[in-house]
Design a protein around this ligand. Structure first.
Ligand code: TYM
Length: 327
C-alpha cells in the first residue's frame, strides 16, 4: 500500500511564492509516489473575519492554483474542507483531550493573538491547531508536506494522535512533517527577518503567483539587500540568501553554481536575472490558471469530496465506537 500525504492551504489572501516553494511545489513531486490528499481549508480561514463573497472567490481560486501548479486530480484528491463535515466533528472530539496550555504555547497563536487585544481573541484562532490535527489524522496520513511555520502544528498533531491511541487503543497513524531545506522559510522581500506572508501589510513583501510580469520586476527591483555588494550565501546576509534560495528553487540551479556565476558581479545583474527566472517560471503556471473555469474546478472539488468522504466517515465511526458512543 502506498503511504499517504495530506496538506492544505487557507483560502485567504494571495498565494505567494513562499507557499509555492514551501509546500505546493513539493506536493506536485510527492503525488507521484504517495496517495495524496490536498485540501482547501475554509474552516481554518474563518478563524479571522472573512468577507463571504471574497471567501467564495478565493476558495475556487486556490483550487485553480493547485491545479495550475501541477496537482493532477487523476492522481491526487483535492477538496474543500467544509464539504467533509467529519473534519469539524473530529476536531470537537480532539478538543476534549487537548489542554488549553498546549494551545496557548503555539507560536502562530501567540503571533496572531498578540496583534490584537487578548480580550477580543476568537476561540477559533486558538483551536486552529486542533482542527489541523483532525484534518491530518482523519486520513491515516504518514507525511505532511508544509513550510517550517507549520511544523509546531504537526508536532501537536502527533501528541494528540498518540494521546488518543494511549487512552482508547490504536486508532490513528502518527504523522511526520516533510520540510525541504531551502524552501522551508521564504522571507519577506521588504524585510528578510520576517517570513513572506499572505497577510503582510505591504504587497512589496511577497510575489503572488498571479502577479503580472511588470509587478514582479518592480517587486524584485525594490527588494531589500544586505550591505556590501557580493552575491554570497551566509547567515549574516539574510536578504541575499533569501533571494538566492528563490533563484535556486525556481531556476533549478544549486546555490554554489549561482554564487560562482555572480562572482565579481553586483546586485543589479543578479536581480535582473532573478526577475527573468521568476517571470518565466510563473508564465506557464499563469497560462494554465487563466484557462480553468470556475465550473470545471467546482466539479473537481465535488468529486474530490466524494472520494475522501468514505475514508473520513470510516475513521470517525471507529473513533466513536472507541469513545463509547452509541452508533
Ligand atoms: P497557510 O495557508 O498559512 O500556508 C500554506 C502553506 O505554505 C507554507 N508557507 C511557507 N513556506 C515557506 N515560506 C513561507 N514564507 C511560507 N508561508 C507559508 C505553510 O507552511 C503551509 O505549508 N494551517 C495551515 C493549513 C492547514 C494544513 C492542514 C496544512 C490546515 N490543515 C493540514 C497541512 C495539513 C496554514 O494555515 O497554512
Amino acid at each position: 500500500m502506498k503511504k499517504r500525504i495530506f496538506s492544505g492551504v487557507q483560502p485567504s489572501g494571495n498565494l505567494h511564492i513562499g507557499n509555492y516553494l514551501g509546500a505546493i511545489k513539493n506536493w506536485v513531486e510527492l503525488q507521484e509516489q504517495y496517495d495524496s490528499i490536498f485540501c482547501v481549508v475554509d474552516l481554518h480561514a474563518i478563524t479571522v473575519p472573512q468577507d463571504p463573497k471574497v471567501l467564495r472567490q478565493k476558495t475556487i481560486e486556490l483550487a485553480k492554483l493547485y491545479l495550475a501548479a501541477g496537482i493532477d486530480p487523476q492522481k491526487s484528491k483535492i477538496f474543500v474542507q467544509s464539504h467533509v463535515p467529519e473534519h469539524a466533528e473530529l476536531a470537537w472530539i480532539l478538543n476534549t483531550i487537548t489542554k488549553v496550555s498546549e494551545l496557548e504555547r503555539m507560536t502562530q497563536f501567540k503571533d496572531k493573538a498578540g496583534k490584537q487585544n487578548r480580550e477580543g481573541v476568537g476561540m477559533g484562532l486558538m483551536d486552529y491547531p486542533v482542527l489541523m490535527a483532525a484534518d491530518i489524522i482523519l486520513y491515516d496520513t504518514n507525511l505532511v508536506p508544509v513550510g517550517e511555520d507549520q511544523t509546531q502544528h504537526v508536532e501537536i498533531t502527533r501528541t494528540l494522535a498518540e494521546r488518543f491511541n494511549q487512552k482508547f487503543g490504536e486508532t490513528f497513524v502518527v504523522p511526520e512533517a516533510f520540510v525541504t531545506r531551502e524552501g522551508k522559510r521564504i522571507m519577506g522581500l521588504d524585510d528578510p527577518t520576517k517570513k513572506m506572508s499572505k497577510s503582510a501589510d505591504s504587497e512589496y513583501s511577497y510575489i503572488a503567483l498571479t502577479d503580472s510580469e511588470e509587478l514582479i520586476r518592480k517587486k524584485i527591483k525594490k527588494a531589500v539587500t544586505d550591505s556590501g555588494s557580493e552575491i554570497t550565501y551566509s547567515e549574516d546576509r539574510p536578504a541575499i540568501r533569501n533571494l538566492m534560495n528563490i533563484y535556486s528553487l525556481l531556476g533549478d540551479q544549486s546555490i554554489s553554481d549561482i554564487a560562482a556565476k555572480y562572482a565579481g558581479k553586483g546586485y543589479a545583474d543578479f536581480k535582473s536575472d532573478l526577475a527573468d527566472i521568476v517571470v518565466e517560471s510563473l508564465r506557464p503556471f499563469q497560462e494554465r490558471f487563466n484557462k480553468l473555469s470556475d465550473e470545471q474546478v467546482l466539479e473537481i472539488l465535488k468529486d474530490g469530496a466524494k472520494r475522501v468522504r468514505p475514508l473520513a466517515a470510516q475513521k470517525l465511526s471507529e473513533v466513536k465506537q472507541k469513545l463509547g458512543f452509541v452508533v
